[in-house]
Write a protein that binds this ligand. Sequence first.
Ligand code: AHR
Length: 548
Amino acid sequence: MTPSSRRRFLADLGQAGAVLATSSWLEAIGYAQAARGPARALIQQPRVRGDFDRRVLGAFLEHLGRAVYTGVYQPGSPLADKNGFRTDVVREVKELAVPIIRYPGGNFVSGYNWLDGVGPKAQRPTVLERAWNSIETNQFGTNDFVDWCRMVGAEPLLGMNFGTGSAEMAVAYVEYCNLDRGSKWSDLRRSHGYEKPHNVRYWCLGNEMDGPWQIGQMQSREYGRKARDAARQMRVVDPGLQLIACGSSSTGMPQYLIWDREVLEECYDQVDGLSLHAYYGNTQALTANSTARYLAMNLDMDRQIREIAAVCDYVQGLRKSSKRLWLSFDEWNVWYRARGGDAVNGRRQFAPKLLEEVYNLEDALLVGGFVNTLLRNAERVRVACLAQLVNVIAPLVTNDTGVLRQSTFFPYAWALRYARGRVLDLRVESDTYPISAAGLQAEFARNDQVPFVDAVATLDSQSGQACVLMLNRDLDGERELALEWRDVTPTRVLACETLTGPDLKAFNTFEQPRRVAPQRLDAPAAGARMSFKLPPRSYTVAQLATTT
Ligand code: AHR
């Protein structure tokens, strides 16, 4: 290397390091700061962030509280079908078209014996479930879940017990589900009435194994070695598996990033993805109870994705591996109210009311922000699961007579309905507002500038349809977003809806189910330049036909 190219190399290296460590959120997500006035986004069709795997809009169903029992399964209810499945919930989930659903936990999985939940129902044991201190009857288990998934059109993502469970039983689980016939576990499945294998492709190797709350918590290297050993055996049973190792349970963990590096140093060659989890809230410690800071929290998610991806790439380099890991953000949501005391302790009840978070308008706007973050990182994040789906920190809530859509249902449903094809690499310029680190918990303490407008777009070259999802974080004022299209031109606005309202704390109830609900928004005329007027504190979707 000549001295001048070496200098350039070091300067570039320094710049890359600086971008990762200290850059503002704006730069990191490809945004630029604009003077006061309309935000602008340049859309150039060849500039794509990546193909968009719909698995990034998955969900999560845990044996926890009323998620399974009375959420999806309630034999005897007038709303249940012959299998005991709630038909109203099936209808909602089917209409949502959730692509993949993670099951059976969560913390639950670390004490779960999957054998208890298969075979004749009358012979399944009732057990004391120790993650949530509840009674588990095992009347709903793996085969029931797979049946239910086929009914709603979702792919199962199964979790394995790495807490009390052995590698042997985890491998047996794969054999039970995926091997055709002629072996102990595959023949057991056949004897349970399931001739054809379930062919479950995506599996989680345990759950949050770094957490002191986790049954069977482990040290990073111990877990990494167990994951490697189990994964190697599983691949003998089924070479087509996609295996996800447990990453850090949150950015607040003392070993955050170190855990991830050490786990991957042990099992990199045997796994395909690494999990990320995050829950957010508008609290004194996390946001100083400031909605402006709260609505910027999807940028904390962007940052977590960048940091974890950097660790994966670091270990890839160490291992000199040609394999690049993808990320599985398999638990994310707002969760801060129903988080202690009776809300997390089942007190040895069957289907107790646990984690029943009531979501308001500001939560829904932030969930829209999370959807934007996941989409713009779709090149790296292949799987993600809204945690959870029904009753437990969920967009859907059941009672004896029906199902309610919480506020957070809508941004999630829009992405599922309209986002298709590839995620475009928008160049957004937006006016910003400052946030301050003062007094906040370390992982959320940021002095930074937050763009008022957060936007993502997808384009499906087959149908020619584009989708634009727009968050306006301005609590008081309308914001304009001027879209400039190159190489592809919108020809018609097919849909344009917004979620907004005067009261950020408004929420839906069975009595008032539409206090927070989508409204039609006047869209600009379709064309190469389109200026959306985004209401204050709103999340908006536009579906467009284009010339593609
Ligand atoms: O989703 C609720 C719980 O949050 C899950 O069981 C656990 O994995 C996480 O801590």
